[in-house]
Design a protein around this ligand. Structure first.
Ligand code: 5GP
Ligand code: ZN
Length: 136
């Protein structure tokens, strides 16, 4: 994917501050961080999003994200860590190459991952759970 910025970073054509690399992932400092220490863990192969991942890469992703989260927590002594992974413009995805954000969080920080809580009608959650379960 020659026009994909993350493919170019993985290929070394665009420099990045790398914190971790293995056969499947390259984790780099985000260029416009939510907080100092914000890392993005980028798949080496071009998958546009979560839906395109194969099970092997998907299963390895959380293992690597956890290692990065632990390193961030130990180095920055932050109060919390968010893992965030956006799929589709509606979900806030801006780079259409699979990646996971690992974001250090502090009590009273200004970082927001907000939503307004909605509500189910009577029986709606249970009915939807049945439909979702049928698709897994
Ligand atoms: P998304 O919104 O797709 O989940 O996240 C894309 C992330 O990639 C953003 O946080 C953005 O700051 C980061 N980003 C975009 N271009 C570059 C780049 O060239 N280098 C680095 N290190 N991060 C980038
Ligand atoms: Zn790509």
């Amino acid at each position: 994917m020659e026009n994909c910025i993350f493919c170019r970073i993985v290929a070394g054509e665009i420099p990045s501050a790398t914190v971790y690399e293995d056969e499947n992932f390259k984790a780099i400092m985000d260029i416009a961080p939510a907080a100092k220490g914000h890392v993005i863990m980028v798949a080496k192969k071009h998958y546009a999003n979560l839906f395109e991942l194969d099970d092997t890469v998907a299963s390895k992703a959380l293992i690597v994200a956890r290692k990065i989260a632990i390193a961030i927590q130990m180095e920055l002594n932050c109060d919390g860590v968010n893992l965030l992974q956006n799929n589709g413009e509606a979900a806030g995805q801006t780079v259409f190459h699979f990646h996971i954000h690992v974001i250090p969080r502090y009590d009273e920080d200004q970082v927001t991952v907000p939503w307004r809580h909605t509500q189910y009608g009577d029986g709606e959650a249970a009915a939807l759970a049945v439909k979702l379960a049928a698709r897994i």
